[in-house]
Design a protein around this ligand. Sequence first.
Ligand SMILES: [Zn+2]
Length: 285
Amino acid sequence: MALVSLKQLVTDASRRQYAVGSFNVVNMDTLKAILEAAEENASPVILSVAEAHFGFINLEEFSPIILRAAEKAKVPVAVHLDHGQSFPALVKALRNGFTSVMFDGSILPLEENIARTKEITRMAHAIDVSVEAELGHVTGGEGDSSPGVADPSLFTDPEEAKRFVAETKVDALAVAVGSVHGIYKGTPELDIPRLAKIRDLAGVPLVLHGGSGLSDDDFQQAITHGIAKINVYTDMSQAAMAKIRTVNTLPETLGFPEFMSLVHEAIKEAVTKKMQIFGSVGKAR
Ligand SMILES: [Zn+2]
């Protein structure tokens, strides 16, 4: 099975109406927990490293470990750069063997976002690496778990999405339709008619960032109307933290690696839950 491109994963997900989860790797525990969940559930998976997490993960040291684990996996795995914003980060991911990169120019004016995305796509496609870009802006920073709300003035415009994809040739497009990064303050409401229109006009698999707070039905609606990749970080991080907070209730004789394997199980459980909701369970068979 092993290492595959993002394009391959999202194309299959679009065709069979499910979404592939893209889970952030921040250390060895997250890497192992995500892959175990994928293998036990026969689910394709995307291992993503965010540029915002480069302080925790040194790409030069860690990429060989991630790639080796992906190659050995019994399910198809893509290794992806999440929210690449700087040119050096994107080049570093390409040089270290990632099979896809996200260039996030969502805060740039449209023309500049198109021009820079085009530059990245040209370079990445030359070495068979897939590209995801973002149009419109999903608020809240990656890895930032402070509560926020969506800003409709930043939602993706369907006509602009059509032009953006035609000019940049991206393989997948992250859209802003009502979700936020981190915790949603209140109840999020997805703009499903807008999503359906973007899907029809853009013609590429779409990506949902910031799924925390969405109901199972919201995810289902999003998948039915074009979402083929869903990013998950906050839920995983919170599951780990909830387990860590129980440390005082555990026997004092419990060692550090034994404790970390409990944290690892909590992360695995959170990832499995998402795979079930996204409908990716069994799709690697
Ligand atoms: Zn994101």
